[in-house]
Design a protein around this ligand. Structure first.
Ligand SMILES: [Zn+2]
Length: 228
């Protein structure tokens, strides 16, 4: 990641913030192809929301490296040639993709909601650094559950939540215990240690089908029937 930032600085497509914050920004005005993936012109874009705009040359410049700020955890700060900090969101993906797949690879996929700014910025910083990057971009629509994107915590009931909803006693209590506390002697004790259900009062209405049993029970049944 450091090497990629340095290549962009050397090519005059990135600059350390002049306010001494330790941030490093990609200079969108220096890259004429910026916006090609989502077919937008820079002038029509909104400001990047991911960093304090103080040290930016243009409000649409996005962070490659973010200087450590007071109050942020020390465990999320690493030394760099520009000061202690952490990589920007987009930088990690470009660095990982080219490290493991090479400077040119076939397909970059992702949800439609990542086209901008994430994939646009990935492409810009990689191409500006001299990588060919992805030949094709493949974007999928959102899988929804009761009108919400499935990645939303309410729209993706985990097996444990499904079990709680149904108040299935033994299997859920056992798995909860294994993760968080010493083994319990009774299910009642395990129940009393569970945190309060976070959706109380605002619990969405779940469809009955599909929530009748948790995955572990289904698997156990399959094994008993000789299908596992
Ligand atoms: Zn990514």
């Amino acid at each position: 990641m450091h090497a990629l930032v340095q290549r962009l600085i050397d090519a005059s497509h990135a600059y350390p913030a002049e306010d001494g914050s330790g941030d490093v920004y990609f200079d969108v005005r220096s890259w004429p192809s910026y916006g090609e993936l989502t077919r937008q012109s820079v002038d029509e874009m909104q400001d990047a929301p991911d960093a304090d705009p103080r040290g930016k040359r243009d409000p649409r410049d996005f962070a490659l490296w973010k200087g450590h700020k007071e109050g942020e955890p020390q465990t999320a700060a690493w030394s760099s040639p520009w000061g202690t900090g952490r990589p920007g969101w987009h930088l990690e993906c470009s660095a990982m993709a080219t490290k493991y797949l090479g400077d040119t690879f076939d397909i970059h996929g992702g949800g439609l909601d990542l086209r901008f700014p994430h994939h646009e910025n990935e492409l810009a910083q990689s191409a500006a650094a001299g990588d060919r990057f992805a030949r094709f971009w493949l974007h999928n629509g959102m899988v929804t559950f009761e009108g919400q994107k499935m990645s939303s915590p309410w729209a993706t009931p985990s097996p444990r939540r499904r079990c709680w909803i149904r108040r299935a006693p033994k299997r859920c209590a056992t798995s909860w215990d294994r993760r968080t506390t010493a083994p319990s002697s009774t299910t009642a004790q395990a129940r009393s240690r569970r945190p309060k259900r976070p959706w109380r009062g605002s619990r969405p209405s779940w469809p009955a089908r599909g929530l009748r049993s948790c995955g572990a029970r289904r698997a156990a049944r399959r094994i008993r029937r000789g299908h596992g």
